[in-house]
Structure formats: C-alpha cells, structure tokens
Design a protein around this ligand. Structure first.
Ligand code: 57M
Length: 359
C-alpha cells in the first residue's frame, strides 16, 4: 500500500524514491511485523490466558513437558496477523505472487485455527482428523499450484541443485508437485513445533534464505549471472519473506524458553505452507529439502520410527520421535536441543545459498 501511495510522490519529494527498492521494503516489512508482534504480544498472551486457551499436554510425552500445561497456545494468530498487515503495507499489491502467498498463508492458518479451536476450546475433541486436515491442506495447495502454473511463462521445469543441466519438465503435473511441497513443508514444520522456539527459529532462518533466493530470481541480471531461473515478479516475495522473518523474530521474543506462548497449528501449518509456496515460486523447490533440512530430518525421524515400530511389532529406532524428543529423553536440557537444532538449520541455510554459485 505504501508503495502505491508514496512512491509516486518521489517526483516532488525525492526521498520517496526509496519505496521502489525491494531491499528497502523488505527491511521495513520485517521491522513492521516485528514491531506489531512486540506491541501486541503481551496483550495476546493475556487474552489467550483469560479465555483459557491453554496447552493441553499429552500423558505420553516427555515428563518435562507437563510443567508446560496451560501455556497459552494459538499464538500463531499474532504471527499471521503481523505478516498479513506488513505484507499489505510494504509490497507492490499488483504482484500476482504476493496474493498467492497471502492466500496460502491465511488459508492454512484457518485450517490450523479450526484444529486448535477443536483441541483447545472444544476440550473433548482431538481436533481435525489427520484425513480432514490433509484434505483441506491439499485443496488449498492444489489451488495455489494451479495459479502458479497458470502464470504466463512460469517454468514447470524442476531445478535440481548442483545439476544445472538436469531440469525435468513436469508440465501440468507441476501443479501436484507444488502442492506436495506446500503440504509437506506445512506438516514438517508442524511436527517440529514441539519445543520452545524450535520451529520458529528455523522458520526465520529459512525465510531469510528464501528472501535471498527470491531477490536473485526476480533480478534478470543476477539470475543470468548465477545462471538460475529468472522468475518475473518473484523479487517481490523478498518483501513477503521479510515480513515472515520479522514476525518470526517478534514471536520468538515470547516463545523462547521458557515459552510464554505456543504458536499452535494456526501458526505452524501456515508458516510451513508459506515457505513452501515461496520455494515453489522462486524455482528452488527441490533445494527446500536442504534449506529446510531440519524440518525434513524431524519428519523423517517420525516416518522411520513409525515404520520400524510397525515392522518390528513394537521396537523403536529413537527413544521418541520427532528427533527433538529423542535428545530430550537422552537428558539434554531443552534449551540445548533447541539451540543446537538452530545451529544445524543455519549451517544448512549457508550451504544452500552456496549452491547458487556451485552448479
Ligand atoms: C505437532 N505438537 C507438539 C503447540 C504447538 C505421528 C506423531 C509423530 C504426531 C506428533 C504430533 O502430535 N505432532 C503435533 C507437535 C505440542 O505442541 C503444540 O502443537 C503445536 C504445533 N502443532 O504450537 O501448541 C507440544 O509440544 C510442546 N511445545 C513446546 N514448546 C513450543 O513452543 O514445548 C510446543 C511448542 C506441546 C508442548 O509440550 O504440548 C507435540 O509434541 O505434540 N506426535 C508427537 O510428536 C509425539 N510423538 C510420538 O507420539 N512419537 C511416537 C510415534 C508416534 C512416532 C514414538 O516416538 O513412538 C510427541 N508429542 C507429544 N507427546 N505431545 C511425544 C508424545
């Protein structure tokens, strides 16, 4: 919005010329989202506490988690609100991809909100069934995949990291591949959100990484120099990623150990889907396996644990899945697990950015 109102004034007030720059708007989208979280955070925590939206802790979890019972959850409402307001304020609203990113972010947050509401407010409910949750996620993701596919000249070729010449063309099948990336990332972030700040930290790291990818993919000169896909209009998603990272930092202020608030499915499902969408649009969808490697590791730990459990009729690979619980049960204090996982996420992000040069 500010771009549309203030940039045109640069002819009379030259300082407003700065609104044309994606880098400027990305920084201030992040700071705006951060500020909204800072200002509204305490009020949201109080409000959620007052209406008794406190986390229910399952019996079968690590004993250390029982002290967390009653922690306000559904804090994702604050994160998503900050992202949407900041994106509407700082992006070029005529950008096609911005509306797809907002559609996915808000759509998945509604699915998560319904799940949280049923679990936290309608106490006896276990929330949306896995089947229903997956159904709504798939519908939203396929719609997004379709709109991405229909954008003129959008390439349906896959970008395989390190293998420049290998770029299989999926054609209309790209719609379903894009949906798979969005739903997969959404659920992987959801699984990871099991310790204070454990999900939001890597979400910030991944958002900053895709901020870089979106910027270079949307800049014809840099894309050409790096020999990566030039995706017209994707540069504006840097601003969206700025809002994602800023809102994440603002939420982390309250979610850091010992957490005053949890994000709930309303946050985790939505943030994962938002990152997955940016990865698809910037044509760095396969690289997301590396950038979001921590989420992949957590999800795989569950898949292997459940598979092995079924195959061996009761034996486990890990003391408990997802992986963060395994280290908790090994005696690692919660903050140690969290910060070490963040360090892994940072290493993966740096290696991912280096692939822009290594081809
Ligand atoms: C998402 N939710 C946290 C919080 C957060 C198939 C199976 C692997 C599914 C998985 C599961 O239920 N995943 C759901 C993880 C939960 O966090 C809430 O959920 C929201 C995210 N969706 O925002 O509202 C708990 O995590 C803790 N937490 C924090 N700090 C935070 O900032 O401490 C969350 C955020 C919260 C709180 O304790 O209650 C969760 O863990 O459920 N199931 C599991 O992850 C369970 N693992 C398991 O059953 N493993 C089995 C098999 C199935 C693989 C095994 O290893 O044999 C673990 N989770 C729970 N109990 N709650 C362990 C058992």
């Amino acid at each position: 919005m500010l771009y549309h109102f203030l940039y045109p004034l640069h002819t009379s007030i030259s300082a407003f010329n700065v609104f044309r720059y994606i880098t400027f708007r990305t920084i201030y989208a992040g700071l705006t989202a951060l500020l909204i979280c800072f200002v509204l955070g305490p009020w949201v925590i109080r409000k959620l506490g007052d209406i008794q939206i406190g986390q229910y802790i399952r019996e079968d979890g690590p004993q250390t988690h029982h002290q967390k019972a009653g922690t306000p959850t559904m804090g994702g409402v604050l994160i998503i609100f900050s992202i949407v307001v900041s994106t509407l304020l700082w992006t070029n609203l005529t950008n096609y991809y911005i509306w797809i990113a907002l559609f996915v972010t808000v759509g998945f947050s509604i699915v998560g909100f319904i799940d949280d509401y049923l679990k936290q407010v309608v106490k006896q409910s276990k929330g949306l069934s896995a089947k229903n949750k997956f159904f709504f996620q798939a519908i939203l993701a396929i719609i997004a995949g379709m709109f991405i596919y229909l954008y003129p000249n959008f390439s349906t070729r896959l970008t395989i990291p390190f293998f420049k010449s290998l770029s299989p063309d999926l054609g209309p099948g790209y719609i379903f591949f894009a949906a798979l990336v969005i739903v997969g990332t959404s659920n992987a972030v959801n699984l990871t959100d099991g310790l204070d700040g454990l999900a939001i930290g890597p979400v910030i790291i991944v958002a900053v990484t895709y901020m870089v990818f979106a910027y270079v993919a949307g800049n014809v000169k840099i894309a050409d120099y790096l020999q990566i896909n030039y995706v017209v209009g994707s540069g504006e998603l840097s601003v969206f990623c700025g809002a994602l990272a800023g809102a994440g930092l603002g939420f982390l202020w309250f979610n850091t150990y010992p957490a005053q608030i949890f994000m709930g499915d309303v946050g985790s499902l939505s943030l994962g889907a938002a990152v997955g969408t940016v990865a698809v649009v910037t044509k760095q969808e396969v690289l997301l396996v590396l950038v979001g490697g921590l989420f992949v590791i957590e999800a795989l730990s569950v898949i292997f644990q459940v598979g092995f459990f079924k195959m061996t009729h009761g034996r486990r690979i890990f003391r408990m899945a997802p992986l963060h619980h395994h280290f908790e049960l090994k005696g690692w204090p919660e903050p140690k697990v969290i910060v070490r996982f963040w360090i892994i996420a940072i290493i993966l992000a740096l290696v991912s950015i280096s692939t822009l040069k290594i081809r």
